[in-house]
Ligand binder design. Structure first.
Ligand SMILES: *Cc1c(COP(=O)(O)O)cnc(C)c1O
Length: 342
């Protein structure tokens, strides 16, 4: 029983190439669940794309990619004295630390091996980084190898471009600037205006998940039970709101399925109005992410750990045991049992 991510390999690789062509100097990001694909797989793809640098989110994730990707690895979480950098220290010559505080830079500069660092500039995100004066002081440290300045901007919009323009205007010629969350066109425009800088895009979602048509999620139908209106089923011995099928499909809370808040409108009045509309939410059911034909059925009850019970009102197109149904999931929060790339 499996929740499967199916990748149309040719189409996906064509998309990856196109993004790489649009973004010279691109730095692919692999972090978390590897955007549903797994960090190890993304590392191999980054090597295949021929990029010289990739980025991971945490020091622990360096180990996910280091054996499969031979280039440099930027760690996006800023270095802190209390973080365990053990995995990364094994690859110290190709790990680039992000540094967001002067005191951290001082600590790194005291090391013997002159660590490689990118200095993070504080942006309107207010997540990590140093202000302009601190950055100028940081740039003068000689105990580290300077690899540039990082700007982590809010999600794309005119404000982000204006902010990038303002910050780039004060940046020393020759600096490598590592950017996040600007569109390819915006970066191209900024690069043309600043030939004295080298701009590099750190990019995850648009790269790995940017062509949704190349990605499909499949769940196995494990069981199908015909029920009449009022028949009981499930852990909670709920009654079927009308005649139909209780469908048991692979994919549950352990995969990240259905963790959104369930529909709370179970009061008598809400139920009456929903009944008037003919909606199944009248029975307190929540819409599931599964797709059966052109229907997106309700959960018959809250998802179990590895399977979900769905309620499919009577009608055509009831799948059989062994069929596969689709699912619309958030890839960055879903653990697939298997990734199939053809
Ligand atoms: C995660 C991350 C990225 C990549 O984000 P996407 O939206 O997936 O492209 C870029 N920069 C930083 C600093 C990040 O943490």
């Amino acid at each position: 029983m499996s929740l499967i991510l199916k990748v149309d390999g040719d189409r996906w690789r064509t998309h990856l190439r196109r993004v790489a062509d649009e973004r010279p100097g691109m730095v692919p990001v692999a972090k978390g669940n590897g955007y549903g694909l797994g960090n190890h797989r993304l590392a191999r793809r980054a090597a295949w794309l021929g990029v010289d640098t990739m980025a991971v989110g945490t020091y622990e994730e360096v180990a996910d990619v280091a054996d499969r990707f031979a280039g440099d690895i930027v760690v996006l979480t800023p270095w802190r004295p209390f973080l365990d950098t053990g995995a990364a220290d094994l690859h110290a010559h190709r790990v680039i630390h992000t540094v967001g505080r002067l005191e951290d830079l001082r600590a790194l500069a005291d090391r013997r091996d002159r660590p490689r660092v990118v200095l993070e500039r504080l942006t309107s995100m207010l997540r990590h980084g140093m202000g302009g004066d601190e950055l100028a002081a940081a740039a003068a440290f000689t105990g580290v190898r300077h690899e540039g300045v990082a700007l982590h901007l809010p999600l794309p919009g005119p404000g982000s471009v204006l902010e990038a323009e303002r910050l780039l205007a004060g940046t020393a010629p020759g600096t490598v600037v590592w950017l996040s969350h600007l569109t390819a066109a915006e970066v191209t425009g900024l690069a043309a205006a600043h030939p004295e800088l080298r701009l590099r895009s750190r990019i995850g979602t648009e790269l790995w998940l940017g062509d949704r048509g190349a990605l499909e999620v499949h769940a196995d139908v494990l069981d199908a039970h015909a029920v009449g209106r009022g028949d009981r089923f499930g852990y909670r011995r709920r009654r079927a709101p009308r005649a139909g099928t209780v469908l048991v499909v692979s994919g549950g809370t352990a995969h990240g399925i259905g963790l959104e808040a369930p529909n709370g409108r179970t009061g008598a009045r809400a139920r009456t109005t929903a009944l008037a509309r003919g909606g199944l939410d009248a029975a307190g059911l929540a819409r599931s992410p599964f797709v059966v034909g052109d229907r997106q059925p309700f959960f018959a009850e809250p998802p179990h750990m590895q399977v979900s019970m769905l309620f499919l009102p009577a009608g055509p197109g009831v799948p059989a045991v062994g069929d596969r149904v689709g699912a619309r999931v958030r890839h960055t929060t879903t653990s697939f049992d298997r990734v199939e790339i053809d």
